[in-house]
Every structure is written in C-alpha cells, then in structure tokens.
Design a protein around this ligand. Structure first.
Ligand SMILES: Nc1ncnc2c1ncn2[C@@H]1O[C@H](COP(=O)(O)OP(=O)(O)OP(=O)(O)O)[C@@H](O)[C@H]1O
Ligand SMILES: C[C@H](N)[C@H](N)CCCCCC(=O)O
Ligand SMILES: [Mg+2]
Length: 217
C-alpha cells in the first residue's frame, strides 16, 4: 500500500485541491483510496477540507478529519489557544488503521511542512515518524522559488523522500510563471507538475494524468 503526505509551501497553496483531484483520479481507476487530514483548524461547522476530500473518496468526514479546532491557527497553536489537547498516539493508530484499509492513503497536512502539530514537532517530523514520503504543493508565481526550495531543503534535511513538486495555480499573468518550473527543477532536481488555475474544483485530463504519474499510478 502507499501513503503520501501532501504538504505545502504555505497555507492556501492548494494541498486540498490537489489531494482531492488525485483522490478522484485514483477512485476512477478503481483504486481503494482514502484521505486523512489528522487535524483541521478553522472549523466553524463541518470541516471544509475534510468534506471535500470525503466527497472524492466516499469516506465519512469523521474518518478523514478526527481532530478539529475552531480558530484559524496551526494545530499546536490551536491547542494552546483553545485549551484542548489531542493525542498524537491516537492519530498514529488511526493512520495505521487507514493504511491497512486503503491501497492508497493521501494524508494532508495543515499549512506548510514546518507547521507545528505539537510543541517542537512539525509535519516534517510527523512524516519522518510515520515513514511517509512527501508531495510538495507550492504556488505558481513570484515567491515560489524561495518557498519551494526551503520546503524541499527542510524535507531533505529530515531525510524525507520528496516524491514530487506541484506548482499550482498558473494563470499566465505573472511573468515568473514562465521561468519558475525550470528554476525549481534546477534547484531541486525535481521537474514540477504545473497545474493551471481552474474555474471549478477539477484539473484537466492531462493534468490529472500528470498527477497520477507523479505518484506512480
Ligand atoms: N488550481 C486551482 N484552481 C482553482 N482554484 C484553486 C486551485 N488551487 C487551489 N484553489 C482554491 O484555492 C483555495 C485554497 O486551496 P486549498 O484549500 O486547496 O489550499 P490548502 O493548501 O489546502 O490550504 P490549507 O493550508 O488551509 O489546508 C481553495 O478555495 C481552492 O479551491
Ligand atoms: C487555518 C488554515 N486554513 C490552515 N489549516 C492552518 C495554517 C497554519 C499556518 C501556520 C503558519 O505557517 O503560520
Ligand atoms: Mg487544505
């Protein structure tokens, strides 16, 4: 079975968007795919990320997102601010259960890879302990070189396997979009998959196949 942490260079870069599209594509191929977002913050009612991911896989939102916080914070910061603690041990047990249940398990972080899920414990540390490779999602435009390189460099410093980089949200308006893919490739040795900004929640057929190829399907 395969488990992958979909991480990002920041919050709002498209981790859920990309994870959702990969999950849909795997489901279409008849692969038993599950999603797991251990902690979702900024949950006012139903977890938005969890709801979208569950709509792709058919899971319950509760299975996708076990731990929720109200405030828009990093998980560790939300624990402090909301005075509610969660168990990393329990999340690991859920992760192992879901790994057994699905052929492919897509795990979404919260924000970027260096976001603390616990005190002095980031999603990068989590990926290391859970033994999962990472897929990095970054923005398409100006600023992504620094953010993508730092994310990649941090992952490599933890000896994590970076299975790929997705540059997400190409609109053709930012001149840096023309050179960013090449320069990210030169800086990391990974040829990024480039995803255009879409009008809805779906990538194109060609982009879908590129994402599947990136994760080895
Ligand atoms: N390629 C795209 N085309 C159109 N909309 C996109 C694209 N990528 C992301 N979005 C939209 O941008 C917003 C942020 O994306 P998303 O929620 O996937 O980010 P995220 O990295 O998962 O954020 P978080 O750290 O909060 O989990 C969402 O409304 C999403 O639908
Ligand atoms: C609330 C938001 N949507 C994310 N889920 C959490 C992002 C945490 C970012 C922390 C930080 O990098 O400062
Ligand atoms: Mg998300």
């Amino acid at each position: 079975m395969t488990a992958i942490l979909v991480t990002g260079t920041d919050t709002g870069v498209g981790k859920t968007f990309i994870t959702y599209n990969i999950a849909r594509a795997l489901k279409e191929k008849g692969i038993r795919v599950g999603c797991f977002k251990p902690v979702e913050t900024y949950v006012r009612d139903i977890p938005e990320d969890g709801k979208l991911l569950a709509s792709a896989t058919g899971q319950s939102v509760d299975e996708v997102v076990p731990v929720r916080f109200l405030l828009p914070l990093a998980p560790y910061s939300a624990e402090i601010e909301e005075g509610k603690k969660f168990s990393l041990k329990e999340l690991r047990e859920r992760f192992e259960d879901l790994k057994r249940k699905y052929e492919v398990l897509l795990v979404e972080g919260a924000g970027g890879i260096a976001v603390p899920i616990k005190e002095n414990y980031t999603y990068g540390n989590l990926a290391k302990d859970w033994g999962v490779p990472v897929l990095v999602v970054g923005r398409a435009g100006l600023g992504t070189l620094n953010h993508t390189y730092l994310t990649w460099y941090y992952a490599k410093s933890l000896s994590l396997e970076v299975i790929g980089i997705v540059l997400n949200g190409f609109e053709g308006t930012d001149v840096s979009e023309k050179t960013n893919p090449r320069v990210v490739y030169e800086m990391t040795g990974l040829k990024p998959v480039c995803i255009r900004r879409s009008k809805g929640t779906l990538v194109s057929e060609e982009e879908k196949n590129l994402l599947l190829e990136l994760i080895g399907f």
